[in-house]
Design a protein around this ligand. Sequence first.
Ligand code: GLA
Length: 659
Amino acid sequence: MLYYGTCYYPEHWTAEQAKQHIPLMKKAGINVVRMAEFAWCKFEPEAGRYRFDWLDPVIAALHEAGIATVLGTPTCIPPQWALQRYPGMLQVDADGRTRNPGARCHCCKNAPAYQALAEGIVREMARHYAAMDGVIGWQIDNEFGCHGTTRCYCGHCEKAFREWLIEKYATEEAVNEAWGTAFWGFDFRQWAEIPLPRTMPTGSNPGHWLDFVRFCSDTQIKFHKAQYDVLKGLCPDHFVTHNFMGRFGEIDYYKLSDHVDRACWDNYPDPWGDPYAPAYAHEITRSFKGTFWVMEEKSGPTGDASTGLLGEQPEPGQIRRWFWQAVANGADGIAFFRWRACLTGAEQYWHGILDHDGVPRRRYKEVRRTGEELAKVAPEIAGTRVEAKVALIRNFDTLWSSERQPGASGLSYDDHCFEMYRAVKRRGLNCDIVDTTADLSRYRAAIAPALSIVTEDLAQKLTAYVLAGGTLVLTPQSGTRTATNAMADVPKPGLLAELAGVTIEEVRPYHHGQTNEISFARGPLIAETCKVGTWVEMLECTTAEPIAECRDEPFASKPVIACNSHGKGSVYYMGVHLPPATLLTFLGSLLPQAPIQDLPAGVEVTQRTNGDKGLVFVINNSRERQPVVLDKQYPELLSGETVGPEVTIAKNGILILRA
Ligand code: GLA
């Protein structure tokens, strides 16, 4: 079943106002709502006294109307009485300032009082709702780490960090060894001497930093897991999820997703931003479990809680397009945020399907029309999934290492992953975004951008993948570090040098926008030149064949891109960041061929399949009508007509082709 939903806050509305909501939802085709994730104070108005009577009739009325309920555990905002009683559960920032209550996400997940209170409310809710008709699932908390709150520097965290280190290293000497504390006299004799990396006169020890951010990520996961276990114990028939934040880089979502039944994320696309950005986050989230939901999907202008600014109004057709883009990339459920704009509170400007007055206008009509379309094609989509032939490895240890030390100004690991992803996507291919632990054997090509932290096991795994016939793409900074964030003491790219058939002779970071010209000696770009900058690595080919080389002195004729054939496969080492157009051609030549090619910029093609049947989605995310040449004629499901091979797709247009 495909879910079409909205985020609903009955606590914001009078009974009279609420009465009008459910019939309107039903008319729009809504079949699920998410509720209650901020309503702890309604559920537990006094310590240990629980009330559900405010919500139960709403769940019952929704159920009566055929609308299911996903409940949020409301743990990101404890009631005010709890904060009065346990002020020590507030977070502390890196400068030692306590984070004030009044908004959300201000409590420390290592504070024992907060852990106990959270466990209490979740257990009571789970008991109460386990058998209630209409309730199908749970969202744990809300957007862990939102508003920069993943990392807390309070006393509870300091204690828990030391315990985490004891568990990991057993002795102080092992920590000293791992972090290389001989540098700047940072040796520890006792656990109690180990601080958190709070704001200090200059940058922290990278080993210390990496373990701290790993610990902060683990803290979130542990807090989540405690709730997951309670919910699965008491409500075995309900699914449990958490709403991730797409590209958010402070929590290892691969580890977190071991403890969800379904992956979800919250999608707030910039109406005029890069259309591949939501696709990237969709594919990140899909890759955790194979399918996903968008638990919050933009359906009106945003309204930032801190700046108080009203965001852009989605253009006609954009809400529908964003919806279908999610489905095209594998979503099986989408809930619009939010049903109706709130009259009070910090998000007064954050609009939903309805405006403040609850009058159904253009956005409601678009949601309704999209709901009708979904009803029409849902039977064809049900049971299909995206099956990607290309994987992009995006690893959190590497992301964190580069957060601390990007290497050159303007370099961002995640932006680099996105730029590589974009080049895949522009070829009309889906791409799984996987961790280093993934089974790569089902992918024809794997791209591992700037994979700096490489262990022996990982090097062996990548080697086995290539030997068996895989194509592996490596880019600057690969293999430079160990698991403790130390630099590798062997020629770069470290443990990947033999596999790549190159060593890095010299690195040139360009901090002031200078560039270097390179020319291609082989491949689809032969004899072409382009300019590269930011970070350039001069290669020495041991067994690899040079593909592109530097033209500028003092490095003229030094290889910067090379290909090494290894067993049945090959490894491409790119020591440069290519400009987008060059990258598109170069990478495209290494990837499997997509059925529909030469896509205009902004036109996205994806496929869902279940073996017997296949669907091809063609979406025009650009601002103009676009011509597309399909590989043949197809029945198009939304219009019921046969289209192709030549088609023109309107701005915000969508084709769903039966393959
Ligand atoms: C996030 C949160 C929501 C809401 C929206 C809009 O995604 O999960 O509670 O705050 O942003 O700001």
